[in-house]
Design a binder for this molecule. Structure first.
Ligand SMILES: Nc1ncnc2c1ncn2[C@@H]1O[C@H](COP(=O)(O)OP(=O)(O)OP(=O)(O)O)[C@@H](O)[C@H]1O
Ligand SMILES: [Mg+2]
Length: 440
């Protein structure tokens, strides 16, 4: 066994909810991040993944259990551990160089050293020549590279990435992920271990040596799967497709699975599954309308939800599923009661119908496991067609019949807009769009 870098033993955390009650968010989490590995963490929204990362970085204190970094109890932020967030978290008035130097300034590195190290990190992540640019002059992918450079400039021992790719469009996210894997493989970054939170099963399988599946309410590690494929990995290869299917299965099955080499935790409770997540019941026209409203003045890309509801003439109950839907698809971010358009959301709003369909389809495949699962299943059928019944049954087991119907209806309406699949009302069959290429 290689050396443990971060060790969590019996970690628990509760938050007080708005009605004043303590709500457990994490319970009995045992996990060891070891030297030389990339671990992916998958789990549904609100299951406590970000909280776990903050605890590992020493940014938040656990209520129960123990956190150790290289054999020492972790109290407070650890210098050797860097985090990359989903939202780019750059200072808009600072240049790329200045944004990256901030990572060092916070650690008291002398100014002369800072400049050289920041320049090296910027170069490493492929942004040479953009040192003087302001964040708004960069594409979303480039901005996220700045965020990563800021994390890498401190030469962290451990890199924790919290959905670092999910606000990017699929291709940009993939390219950035590949570049990071390349740096990792080449040994040009000093980082010894990475933990990557993702909503994307394929991303987890492509990146990780080990995939942890998180269960919700309270968050805990449900099971894990070792990924022993050599790198670089081919996402179209049979092994990768097979593992993606296996992770889907792990996330839906009630049974506990233990992967080879997984000596640690495997909780027994059935997880709330990603594949059978409820989908926010939002129709596409409303999503479009909301994004357009959000992009324009007076909001200019960021709005307080209650104000947005008023402007859109929607009640909160009507607005929330729409806001959740655009957030789930990476077209906007929900943070602190605000809805903020992402660069991808901006492209979507500015795009013509065809581009909108393409982007929407890509995001569905990347962020809605149910839709990706149906699409993959249809692609494996010579006729490109399957009855809806097995999918409904799968959903019903978790959600009950009425909710299952509603979730499938939502999935179908979204999938039609993104041209991911069609539904034939007459035969109750799902099928690939006729004569259509796979989006993305
Ligand atoms: N500071 C806080 N105060 C109160 N509740 C919190 C706080 N931070 C997180 N929570 C709650 O803890 C739960 C887990 O949140 P967390 O952000 O860790 O989940 P997550 O798995 O990262 O979700 P997502 O996939 O949406 O990012 C959520 O219900 C959230 O509302
Ligand atoms: Mg999170």
């Amino acid at each position: 066994m290689t050396q443990a870098i971060i060790e969590l033993r019996g970690v628990g955390k509760s938050f007080r909810s708005s009605d004043g009650r303590e709500r457990p968010v994490l319970q009995q989490v045992d996990f060891t991040l070891r030297e030389g590995e990339i671990v992916a963490l998958l789990g549904q929204s609100g299951s406590g993944k970000s909280t776990l990362l903050r605890i590992m970085a020493g940014l938040v204190q656990a209520d129960q259990g123990e956190v150790q970094y290289r054999g020492q109890p972790l109290h407070g932020p650890a210098r050797a551990i860097s985090m990359v967030f989903q939202s780019f978290a750059l200072f808009p008035w600072l240049t790329v160089q200045q944004n990256v130097e901030l990572g060092l300034e916070a650690r008291g590195v002398a100014q002369a050293t800072r400049a050289a190290r920041a320049a090296a990190a910027i170069d490493l992540i492929g942004l040479a020549g953009f040192e003087g640019a302001l964040p708004r002059e960069l594409s979303g992918g480039m901005r996220q590279r700045v965020g990563i450079a800021r994390a890498l400039v401190t030469e962290p021992d451990v890199l924790l990435m919290d959905e670092a790719f999910s606000a990017l469009d699929v291709l940009t996210g993939e390219r950035l992920r590949e570049d990071i894997l390349q740096l990792w493989r080449s040994g040009s970054m000093p980082t010894k271990a990475m933990l990557v939170v993702s909503h994307n099963i394929e991303e987890a399988v492509m990146m990780a040596d080990r995939v942890l599946v998180f269960a919700s309410d309270p968050g805990r590690i449900r099971c894990q799967l070792a990924i022993q494929l050599p790198r670089p990995r081919d996402e179209d290869s049979q092994q990768v497709r097979g593992l993606v299917d296996e992770v889907y299965a792990l996330m839906t099955a009630g049974a506990t699975r233990r992967a080879a080499g997984a000596g640690e935790t495997a909780a027994e409770q059935p997880a709330s599954a990603l594949l059978t997540d409820r989908l926010p019941a939002a129709d596409v026209a409303r999503m479009d309308g909301l994004l357009e409203l959000l992009a324009e003045p007076p909001f200019d890309g960021r709005a307080d939800l209650p104000q947005l509801a008023e402007e859109a003439s929607l009640t909160d109950a009507e607005l929330l599923p729409v806001a959740h839907a655009v957030a789930q698809l990476g077209l906007a971010l929900l943070a602190g009661g605000d809805l903020q358009i992402t660069p991808l959301g901006r492209r979507y709003v500015d795009g013509a119908h065809g581009l909108r369909q393409d982007l929407f389809g890509q995001q569905l495949l990347a962020h809605v496991p149910l839709i990706a699962h149906i699409r993959h299943s249809l692609e494996q059928e010579p006729t490109g067609e399957l009855p809806d019944a097995p999918f409904l049954r799968l959903l019903s087991e978790q959600l009950g019949e009425a909710e299952a119907q509603s979730v499938l209806r939502t999935a179908i309406s979204w999938a039609r807009h993104g041209e991911v699949f069609e539904y034939d009302l007459r035969t109750s069959a799902l099928r690939l769009p006729t004569g259509d290429e796979a989006p993305g």
